[in-house]
Ligand binder design. Structure first.
Ligand code: DLL
Length: 432
């Protein structure tokens, strides 16, 4: 089912007119309403009169996370506080958290893009959805909630955590759809195993997973363990939360609703547009938001983009799974390393669990990469030699992907911390 066929299947040329009108309107609105953007537009010397079409977007300045942090908490809002109906906060690793505000119209838009995503994922009105993303300041829980109501689903607002209770609810209420982080889906599978619950017999047939990077190999693991269809949903608080892109059943890229969120992919060094298929940083302009519209927001997420029409009938461009982040990326001895590259290797090794942690240290000026890998209980052995061989095999395979030396350390089953929300994969001790 396509939620808004008229828009989602519109020929790109016709859509361009809509995008162009919306871009002109939003730029004009921000110039009138936002002191931050008045300054930004003036500094970049853009002549706003000359912005006539969506093709002119590259004359406009970029927005970066610091623009939000520097104006903490509400300075970047365009609408007056009296028009802001909801606030969310995304915690970063350093400095002030990022605060985002939604007007009434923005909340409607959020419900709309999530309803489109849910349809993309295969949900239909009448389905029951178990939402195990955190509710509260995090955008996952409430975002999925609003969209599910709009589509006509029955919502079980579990929030994250209390895993045993999640499993009981799944068994008793039998929802067809699950929404949570991919790492939590795996953790729940592990707990189900401990409790003697046969995960393959679960009622969940569709899983809507996102909020953190996950590899194709991880998708296969989750699908196998739960016997469901694992769909990738992407988003970030600054743009709206979840709903910025979502896979359809073709699982060949995540559709971006580009009538409202206009995507570009740029080379993060030269800031020039990257060609379709070439990895670059995703940049998004919100074309209709009123509370906190953003122009050319640099997400720091690395993706590729594909403008070809999808077999599902939607004409919107698709971004790839997130390949990494410009800032999650660790540079070790000059080599760019993304955690998902290591995850992909581990998940293809029999006996290795999809729970891992990457530690980067500097020893006498030289960076060292260590990967902690959990072994399946049945593979754990008392024989040191056997374990050493296993470690060597894994490090060779990782080295062949990364082209740098890696130390692998096997750790006992269940010793790496599990997460109910976003998992923490990297411990970079170099910056301490
Ligand atoms: O994580 C919004 C969200 C909630 C998305 C639920 C999907 C599902 P933030 O907390 O602001 O918002 O974090 C945004 O998380 O820039 C990406 O780096 C990462 N991220 C989000 N979705 C995905 C995904 C939410 N599907 C940041 N794959 C983004 C990889 C993702 N990374």
């Amino acid at each position: 089912m396509i939620f808004n066929k008229q828009v989602e299947c519109l020929a790109p040329r016709a859509l361009k007119d809509i995008q162009s009108k919306r871009l002109c309107r939003i730029v004009n609105y921000m110039q009138r309403k936002s002191p931050v953007y008045q300054k930004k537009f003036a500094q970049s010397r853009v002549i706003l009169r000359k912005i006539k079409s969506i093709n002119d977007i590259d004359h406009l300045p970029f927005t970066v996370k610091e623009d939000l942090r520097d104006t903490y908490p509400f300075g970047i809002f365009s609408a007056p506080m009296s028009d802001i109906r909801e606030i969310h906060v995304s915690s970063g690793t350093t400095g002030n958290p990022t605060v985002v505000g939604y007007s009434k119209e923005d909340l409607d838009l959020w419900a709309n893009v999530i309803a489109r995503s849910l349809c993309c994922a295969g949900a239909v009105p009448g389905d029951m959805i178990q939402i195990a993303y955190g509710y509260g300041l995090f955008t996952g829980g409430l975002g999925l909630h609003y969209g599910s109501l709009l589509l006509g689903l029955t919502v079980i607002p579990c929030s994250s955590g209390q895993t045993k209770r999640q499993l009981k609810i799944m068994q008793d209420f039998r929802p067809r759809v699950l929404a949570c982080t991919p790492s939590y889906a795996l953790y729940m599978a592990e707990t189900a195993g401990e409790l003697g619950i046969d995960a393959k017999k679960s009622s969940w047939k569709i899983g809507i997973f996102g909020a953190e990077p996950w590899s194709e190999a991880m998708r296969q693991q989750i699908e196998k363990r739960w016997d469901l269809e694992a769909i990738d949903i992407y988003g970030l608080s600054e743009i709206i939360g979840p709903g910025v892109a979502c896979e359809c059943h073709c699982k060949n890229g995540l559709h971006v609703p580009w009538d409202v969120f206009y995507p570009e992919v740029i080379d993060p060094k030269t800031l020039k547009k990257a060609k379709p298929g070439i990895p670059g940083e995703l940049v998004v302009t919100t074309l209709t938001k009123l509370g906190m519209p953003l122009i050319r927001y640099r997400t720091r997420d690395i993706v590729t983009i594909n403008y070809e029409k999808c077999a599902c009938g939607r004409t919107s461009p698709r971004i790839s799974k997130v390949l990494g982040r410009t800032d999650d990326m660790i540079v070790v001895r000059g080599v760019n390393v993304f955690p998902t590259q290591i995850e992909e290797v581990l998940l293809n090794i029999e006996g290795a669990e999809p729970h891992y942690q990457i530690i980067v240290e500097r020893h006498k000026g030289l960076d060292r990469l260590e990967v902690l890998v959990e072994l399946k209980e049945s593979f754990f052995s008392d024989e040191v030699k056997q374990l050493q061989n296993f470690e060597q095999r894994i490090s060779k395979e990782i080295e062949s992907v990364l082209s740098i030396g890696v130390k692998v350390r096997l750790v006992e089953p269940k010793s790496i911390e599990r997460s109910e929300g976003k998992s923490k994969r990297i411990i970079d001790k170099r910056s301490l």
